[in-house]
Design a protein around this ligand. Structure first.
Ligand SMILES: [Fe+2]
Ligand SMILES: [Fe+2]
Length: 269
C-alpha cells in the first residue's frame, strides 16, 4: 500500500493557488492513504484542511500544537469527534479517537498527538512559544513558568497513557506504524540537520511517549515499529532499538519559513 507522509504542512499560511499546487503535488504521489503527523492548520481551519486532504486520499492524522491555536485542546478535540460523525469523517480519521487500525494484513496503525513535556533540556530556557499565548489551556500560566511546566508534564503523561492503552492492543501485529506530532526522544528532535539545543528540547520532545514506546518495543522484539513525527521541523531518523525507528519529518533543506510544505515520503507499507 502506498502511504504518503506529510507533517507540519501549516496549510493556513498558503494562498489558494499555492494550496492547489501542493494538493497537486500530493496527488502526483498516487497515494492510497495519507499519513499526517500534525500542525495541519489552526483551530479555525484544521477541519477544512483535513476534509480537503481526505478528498485526495483517505487521511489518517494526529494533531499538532498549532492545530489548537486560538482555541483550547478540549474544543479542538471535540471538533474532531464531531467531524467523525459527518460524511467527511469517512475519509478523515483522527487516530487518537480510534483503537489501533489494521492498514494491511501485517500492519497496524495508531496515533497520539504527543506534547512537548518539559522533561529534558534547559527548563530555565528563555524560548517563548506562541502556544502559551494562543492555546487557552496555557493562558492561566502566562507569567508562571512552574505552572506552565506542570501543564506540559501533565499533557505529556496523558498522551503516554493513551499511547500505552493503544499499544496493548497491537501484540499480534508484525509491523506497527505509530503517528505522533512531537518527537518522543531527544535524539529524534532535530532541526537543520542538527540535534535541537537544550533551550528548545523541553518544548520539542515528549519524553513520556518515548518511555512507553521503548518499553513496548523491548517487550515485543519481533514487532517492527516505525514512528513518524514532526514538530521540530528538521528531518532525521533515530533507532533506539533494533525494532524501533523514529523518523522525524522536516522542512526542505535551507527552508525556514512557514508556507512551503513538502511531501516527506511515500512509503510502501
Ligand atoms: Fe510545525
Ligand atoms: Fe508543532
Amino acid at each position: 500500500m502506498r502511504a504518503t507522509w506529510l507533517t507540519d504542512i501549516h496549510l493556513n499560511f498558503l494562498r489558494p493557488l499555492a494550496l492547489k499546487a501542493f494538493y497537486d503535488q500530493i496527488v502526483a504521489e498516487q497515494p492510497q492513504v495519507l499519513l499526517v503527523t500534525g500542525d495541519i492548520g489552526e483551530s479555525d481551519s484544521v477541519v477544512r484542511f483535513v476534509t480537503e486532504l481526505g478528498q485526495l486520499a483517505p487521511i489518517y492524522f494526529v494533531l499538532g500544537n498549532h492545530d489548537y491555536y486560538r482555541s483550547s485542546i478540549a474544543a479542538v478535540r471535540g471538533a474532531m469527534e464531531r467531524l467523525a460523525q459527518t460524511p467527511a469523517g469517512d475519509n478523515a480519521t483522527w487516530l487518537p479517537a480510534h483503537e489501533p487500525m489494521r492498514l494491511t494484513p501485517h500492519t497496524m496503525m495508531l496515533g497520539v498527538d504527543g506534547w512537548g513535556d518539559a522533561r529534558c533540556g534547559d527548563l530555565e530556557s528563555t524560548v517563548q512559544l506562541s502556544d502559551w499565548k494562543l492555546i487557552d489551556d496555557f493562558k492561566r500560566a502566562k507569567d508562571d513558568r512552574a505552572l506552565r511546566i506542570e501543564i506540559c508534564k501533565r499533557l505529556g503523561s496523558n498522551e503516554a497513557r493513551a499511547l500505552r492503552d493503544k499499544l496493548e492492543l497491537t501484540s499480534e501485529a508484525k509491523q506497527l506504524l505509530v503517528l505522533t506530532h512531537v518527537p518522543p526522544f531527544e535524539e529524534a528532535c532535530v532541526y537543520g540537520g542538527e540535534p535541537s539545543t537544550p533551550p528548545w528540547l523541553p518544548w520539542f520532545t515528549c519524553i513520556a511517549t518515548g518511555e512507553v514506546l521503548k518499553a513496548h518495543a523491548e517487550a515485543h522484539p519481533d514487532q517492527q515499529i516505525l514512528v513518524l513525527c514532526g514538530h521540530s521541523h528538521g528531518a532525521g531518523s533515530f533507532r533506539p532499538l533494533p525494532n524501533l525507528e523514529v523518523r522525524t519529518g522536516g522542512w526542505a533543506a535551507g527552508q525556514q519559513e512557514y508556507g512551503n510544505p513538502i511531501v516527506q515520503q511515500t512509503i510502501e507499507v
